[in-house]
Design a protein around this ligand. Structure first.
Ligand code: G1P
Length: 294
């Protein structure tokens, strides 16, 4: 039996400079895609994959994320009094139960590898999931990216990364993997490089921001020096871990929206609105009207 994936890390310490002035007082993870904050969509994906405990690696000015995932007694009572039971039920479903979230601060913006390392004590000695909240994964089968990865992990064990194809001239913005032998729904990863120089990428398969990792990564992260962009890069420690443990890539079947970029965020809003049965038809008409006006 594989050790189950019970805990997930969500790094939410980033400053969101690409979204100023919106992110001056509001964390970028709290910007809404339709009527749910970006971070809530990612928590939904984690919970759909069976994750029981979420570790948020936060920073200054991010306290509102903790409030968002707490119960709101006054609001609940007001909804109850006004008979808004549907809204009340939705709030109840969205709010994690007491003791199933943790918050720790990264303190300094030293990179993704450092953010993950900050969660080491809370994760302990068990494999875990890591979800980068900027990247919204809209799966074709509706199952969720992490849920498919957990299925693959149940067969392969080891470490599992979700990947997707990016245009070759954009590979320098991502972690890129090279792949080999097939293992059920996954491919063995043979190479990994963070932000390859143009023309040097081993493939066009980018790490999409969803990971299942073994806790042995933490010791490597503790010793990891600076990499691409002068940051402590998770990919560099994964590369070291690959010397002793297998890594597998699962190709994500669906659309990915990078909500850290303006265009990605706007596309996500359109795509998620069009996938919502309650507003889809009305929104399609409204969108047509806006495009006509231009
Ligand atoms: C991070 C990872 C990179 C991955 C990317 C996905 O980079 O380091 O490997 O491909 O997320 O968004 P960042 O976007 O933080 O520069």
């Amino acid at each position: 039996m594989r050790k189950p994936i019970r805990k997930a890390i969500l790094p939410v310490a980033g400053l969101g400079t690409r979204f100023l002035p919106a992110t001056k007082a509001v964390p970028k993870e709290m910007l809404t895609v339709v009527d749910r904050p970006v971070v809530q969509h990612v928590v939904d994906e984690a919970r759909a994959a069976g994750i029981e405990h979420i570790v948020f690696v936060t920073g200054r000015n991010k306290a509102v994320i903790e409030d968002h995932f707490d119960r709101q007694f006054e609001l609940e009572r007001t909804l109850q009094e006004r008979g808004k039971l549907k809204e009340l039920e939705q709030l109840d479903r969205d709010t994690p139960k007491a003791g199933t979230t943790s918050f720790t601060r990264q303190q300094l913006p030293l990179g993704l590898g450092h953010a993950v390392w900050c969660a080491r004590d809370i994760i302990g000695d068990e494999p875990f999931a890591l979800l980068l909240p900027d990247m919204l994964h809209m799966a074709k089968d509706g199952k969720g990216c992490l849920a498919s990865m957990v299925e693959a992990y149940d067969e392969t064990g080891g470490n599992v990364l979700a990947v997707y194809e990016v245009p070759e001239d954009q590979a320098f913005q991502y972690g890129i993997v090279g792949t080999g032998a097939v293992h059920g729904k996954a491919h063995a990863i043979t190479q990994m490089v963070e932000k390859p120089k143009p023309g040097t990428a081993p493939s066009n398969l980018a790490i999409s921001g969803r990971y299942i990792l073994q806790p042995t990564i933490f010791d490597l992260l503790a010793k990891q020096g600076q990499g691409a962009g002068g940051e402590i890069q998770l990919t560099d420690s994964m590369l070291k871990l690959k010397e002793s443990e297998p890594f597998y890539a699962v190709t994500f079947d669906g659309a990915i929206y990078d909500c850290g970029s303006k265009i990605g965020f706007l596309m996500a809003n359109v795509a998620y609105a069009l996938s919502r049965p309650d507003i889809e038809d009305e929104f399609r008409v409204a969108l047509g009207q806006v495009l006509e006006r231009k």
